[in-house]
Design a protein around this ligand. Structure first.
Ligand code: SAM
Length: 287
């Protein structure tokens, strides 16, 4: 069964969302656009051809250009030229929604600043799929994307979002997941979280629990494939002073004042400065 139909498209740039796993997650409108655009461009032309084959869409004699992070500056003028000629150009990244941790931003900016129609056929994205399944509040969320590779930069990036009153969404790789969860526990405290992997695919799996539970689970059974980590916002501060002091004393016994206050502040969801002052005072008195 061929679902795509050829339609008359206005000249302009069409960002087309593609599946993040299951090929049939593409929308009918996305198929129509892929079947009808004068020019196709893709982050990965092979994936685009495969997707079109699956859905019975012939490329015919239409151009299929490669456009990704590394050739953007060179490839963009060609796509802009097609727009200048009044053609319709469809762009898809390798999977999911273009521009979401994927190429497309510069293209979108340039095409819109030149006054061309820029529109989108929305569809799958791992952010929303993970939020739907994580079991954490979705009223407000912050997409943090991929964290930096080095430990110090990763910790600063997590610190930067610690006080954000929203569910946090991260893209991660199986190689770094253990380190990322450990750093998150240190900086954010033991918050509820979820590791969502292989969404919409055969081995889709959601592990829900506190960060320390998830660290154990990842140690026991390292997850493979593509991963989104979702972490709850800081809880309301309800700790009393003596519990706080007890936790701090225990932490000061095995780490520096800075690390101890960071960890205890994270666990209780209270400002780090306040805990740091207390830790300094305790360190002076006890030490
Ligand atoms: N544009 C895509 C989107 O809209 O979600 C994201 C592209 S980004 C280069 C790829 C990352 O997204 C993966 O490393 C993973 O963190 C996440 N991701 C993509 N597909 C996924 C899936 N099926 N399950 C879990 N995570 C996925």
């Amino acid at each position: 069964m061929v679902n795509a139909k050829t339609v008359k498209l206005e000249a302009g740039l069409y960002f087309v969302a593609t599946p993040i796993g299951t090929a049939r997650d593409i929308t009918l409108r996305a198929l129509d656009i892929l079947a009808s655009a004068d020019v196709l461009a893709a982050e990965d032309t092979r994936s685009m051809r495969r997707l079109m084959d699956i859905h019975g869409i012939p490329l015919g004699d239409r151009p299929l250009l490669s456009y990704h992070d590394h050739n953007g500056a060179r490839a963009r003028p060609k796509l802009m030229q097609f727009l200048a000629e009044g053609r319709s150009v469809a762009y898809a990244s390798e999977a999911g929604t273009p521009l979401i941790a994927d190429p497309g931003f510069d293209l979108s900016k340039e095409a819109s600043s030149e006054g061309y129609l820029v529109t989108s056929a929305p569809g799958p994205t791992a952010i929303v799929t993970a939020l739907t399944l994580a079991g954490l509040p979705t009223d407000k969320f912050l997409f943090v994307g991929f964290l930096p590779n080095t430990k110090a930069a990763r910790i600063s990036a997590i610190e930067a979002v610690r006080e954000v009153p929203a569910t946090l969404v991260f893209y991660e790789s199986p190689k770094r997941i253990a380190a990322m969860l450990a750093n998150s526990l240190t900086v954010l405290g033991d918050r509820p979280a979820a590791v969502c992997r292989e969404l919409t695919k055969k081995f889709e799996e959601i592990r829900r629990g506190t960060l320390s539970e998830l660290i154990d689970s990842v140690k026991e059974r390292p997850p493979k494939g593509e991963i989104v980590v979702v972490i709850d916002r800081a809880g309301k501060a309800t700790v009393n002073e003596s519990d706080l002091e007890e936790d701090l004393r225990e932490a000061l016994g095995r780490m520096s004042v800075k690390d101890a206050s960071e960890m205890v502040a994270g666990v209780h969801g209270i400002p780090r400065r306040k805990v740091y002052q207390l830790a300094l005072a305790m360190d002076r008195t006890d030490g």
